[in-house]
Design a protein around this ligand. Structure first.
Ligand SMILES: C[S@@+](CC[C@H](N)C(=O)[O-])C[C@H]1O[C@@H](n2cnc3c(N)ncnc32)[C@H](O)[C@@H]1O
Length: 310
């Protein structure tokens, strides 16, 4: 049976270690807040990835080759894909994201600038298996920038890559950006910016949950927590209860059933895994890609890869 978002949230919030999937960050406010995060001095991934793409534009275009369809996974504001249009020249651009209104507005704007490219916006949940039967024969390039893959547990990332490799049908590939392991201070600051934008982004997830479930999370009861878990090689983001909190989820039919949190209790909202170059390219190989080409920045903070599907 297909699980509704409401059921999913009820299960995750009542789990022994409560969590909320990071996909719930991205309502309209969350998508805008993420855009502000990318402008912050402390948030190095976006500008570093863009630097790599700019510095190696011709080599990346050569590695990618012909592109019938560019599938932008978690496209957000579509800015990164649009920077590739002139060099890669896709015949079709398909932008996929969970944040429907935000995505549709971004694609509508882009279509005006590039009328020659056939474009569409698709509101989908990437955590479900992907299939593109209507373009099975066409050469597909999957584009997955922004280290969004870091949100997947490593085993889920393997399954996701295997799904993409299979969908290429031996003809196409994956252009992906991933954040690399680096010093603890740089990582810590990127998720604990002094302006508090990441904290707002994290807290906003509760407003989205309130909208979906009818719950009564009060933002003042919660604080942002983010730290590097070295043994798991991941940044973890949580929301910590400032005091004892009782939350009701009226829309799930539990009729008055309340979830109790004690002061100090955590709700886990995001993991952002950091990889080594070798570890990451090996994952792509294991999943069914080869001829992997890589580009990085002088500090080796971020990695861009193009991998051909076997
Ligand atoms: C880290 S942002 C990256 C945005 C953009 N690609 C970039 O590199 O700047 C992650 C994007 O993935 C989308 N997203 C997150 N979880 C998703 C899911 N389960 N299904 C579809 N889109 C998702 C978000 O709405 C957001 O636009």
């Amino acid at each position: 049976m297909k699980q509704t978002l409401l059921e999913e949230l009820h299960l995750s919030l009542t789990a022994d270690a409560p969590f909320i999937s990071p996909k719930f960050f991205y309502d309209d406010i969350g998508s805008h807040l993420f855009d502000v995060i990318t402008l912050l001095e402390e948030y190095y991934p976006t500008r570093t990835e863009q630097w790599i793409m700019d510095a190696h534009r011709a080599a990346i275009a050569q590695a990618v080759g012909d592109c019938d369809v560019l599938l932008d996974l978690g496209a957000g504001n579509c800015a990164k894909a649009s920077q590739l249009f002139n060099s890669i020249q896709p015949k079709q651009y398909r932008a996929l994201d969970i944040s429907k209104e935000y995505l549709e507005a971004a694609v509508a704007d882009l279509q005006k600038k590039y009328p020659q490219i056939d474009m569409c916006a698709e509101a989908i949940d990437l955590s479900l298996p992907l299939a593109f039967p209507d373009i099975a024969e066409r050469r597909k390039i999957f584009f997955f920038p922004g280290s969004s893959i870091g949100n997947y547990d490593p085993k889920k990332a393997d399954q996701f890559f295997a799904n993409l490799a299979q969908e290429c049908h031996g003809n196409g590939g994956l252009l992906i950006g991933v954040d690399l392991v680096k010093d603890r201070e740089t990582l810590h600051l990127a998720y604990n910016d002094p302006l508090g934008v990441t904290a707002s982004f994290n807290l906003n997830i509760l407003l989205n949950v309130n909208r979906i479930t009818g719950s009564n999370f009060n933002l003042q009861d919660w604080e942002h927590v983010a730290f590097f878990n070295e043994s798991q090689s991941r940044i973890e983001m949580h929301l910590r209860a400032r005091s004892d909190v009782e939350v009701h989820l009226p829309n799930d039919g539990s009729k008055g059933h309340a979830i109790q949190f004690k002061a100090g209790d955590l709700i886990h909202t995001e993991n952002s895994y950091k990889y080594t170059q070798e570890g990451f390219t090996e994952k792509l190989r294991q999943a069914g890609f080869d001829n992997i080409q890589t580009w990085t920045d002088p500090k080796k903070h971020f990695l861009v890869c193009f991998a051909n599907a076997k």
